[in-house]
Design a protein around this ligand. Structure first.
Ligand SMILES: Cc1ncc(COP(=O)(O)O)c(C=O)c1O
Length: 332
């Protein structure tokens, strides 16, 4: 069913209906270790690998800024391709390879990193449908894809002992749970936008530590989502946007990718965002880069112009047309 013209597009996912039935996630495995979020999974993996120093791509969210005692950045260009020769990379360092927006990262990153004896950790927080590929481990963040309040999944390339993990910190978890619960009420017509401030609060104090995924998230993830339908809807929505907004697309060829969202490059983003908000469309900015040194000029240039249009399974092609129509009007 199509969303009515002025209904909200974007924002966090509503808590899933516990009675819905689906399939296991694409990243499901009996070897998966479930953490409270992806950053905790990654911090644990880096410790387990004995890496004190981790290299992050210059285009990356701030959430990973403390995953290792020492953080360095490697350069990506404006197309998210490797633009670094890794001369300062030392054997035993970790290189974190980020699959942006659902797309597999530039394969030359892994080749260059391996050649210098680095450990490789794949970050698939934005790529729930991508499988591990020639790395030490891969990390997922399910709540960016479906309606669960928390969760981070770690998959190793070899067998490792399962760590003793603590329960989620209660205050943080209740806040995150309330945000997704209130979003559910909102989607059902409550007209109360408190979910947004709850969500912002929980994002600001996201824990990083040896905490496990909540039981509620674990149970919902095991069976409440139809991942084939999710794949289909996201791909169809992306294709619809490509059709209308191909000139703006950062990633104009979808191939067999299941996208997180539809990143576009725009000039004068603040004015555009204001117009979109006025029409109840809330595209996230992935990401502001205050944590990345300004010498990574291409990433900062990209960060200033990027906007991610939502194209997830909550929406259909009519919703995509509504967004495309508005953009066409505003940018004319
Ligand atoms: C690419 C990427 N990696 C990792 C993370 C951290 O995920 P989480 O919030 O589950 O810790 C995020 C987002 O915050 C992200 O965008």
């Amino acid at each position: 069913m199509s969303i009515m013209p002025e209904e909200l597009i974007g924002g966090l996912f509503a808590l899933a209906d516990p009675s819905s039935r689906g399939t296991s996630p694409p990243f499901a495995s009996d070897k998966a270790i479930s953490f409270i979020n992806a950053r905790s999974a990654m911090a644990f993996a880096l410790r387990e690998l004995g890496c004190r120093r981790a290299w992050l791509p210059s285009y990356i969210c701030g959430a990973l800024a403390d995953v290792a005692p020492e953080i360095r950045y490697y350069a990506l260009d404006r197309q998210l391709r490797l633009a670094d020769d890794f001369t300062k990379l030392e054997p035993g360092d970790a290189v974190i390879i980020v699959h942006h927006f659902g797309f597999r990262a530039d394969p030359t990153i892994a080749v260059a990193a391996r050649a210098r004896g680095a450990r490789i950790v794949e970050d698939a927080a934005q790529a729930a449908f991508l499988m591990r590929n020639d790395s030490d481990c891969i990390v997922y963040s399910p709540r960016k894809w479906v309606g669960v309040p928390d969760g981070g999944v770690l998959l190793w390339n070899d067998v490792r002992p399962v760590p003793a993990l603590e329960p989620p910190p209660q205050t943080w978890w209740l806040n995150a749970f309330e945000a997704s619960l209130r979003r559910r009420d909102f989607d059902r017509g409550s007209n109360d936008r408190a979910w947004f401030s709850r969500f912002q609060e929980s994002e600001m104090i996201s824990p990083q530590g040896d905490f496990r995924m909540s039981d509620i998230a674990t149970a919902l993830l095991a069976r409440a989502f139809d991942w084939d339908a999710i794949r289909h809807r996201r791909c169809a929505n992306y294709a619809a946007l490509l059709d209308r907004l191909g000139d703006l697309a950062l990633l104009p060829i979808l191939g067999d990718v299941v996208p997180l969202g539809f990143p576009i490059r725009v000039g004068n983003r603040p004015a555009l965002v204001e117009r979109l908000h006025a029409r109840n469309i809330f595209p996230p900015v992935h990401w502001p880069l205050p944590h990345v040194p300004t010498t990574f000029a291409q990433s900062h240039a990209l960060s200033a112009e990027l906007l991610t249009l939502p194209c997830d399974q909550r929406y259909d092609e009519d919703d995509m047309q509504r967004m495309a129509d508005l953009l066409a009007t505003v940018m004319a």
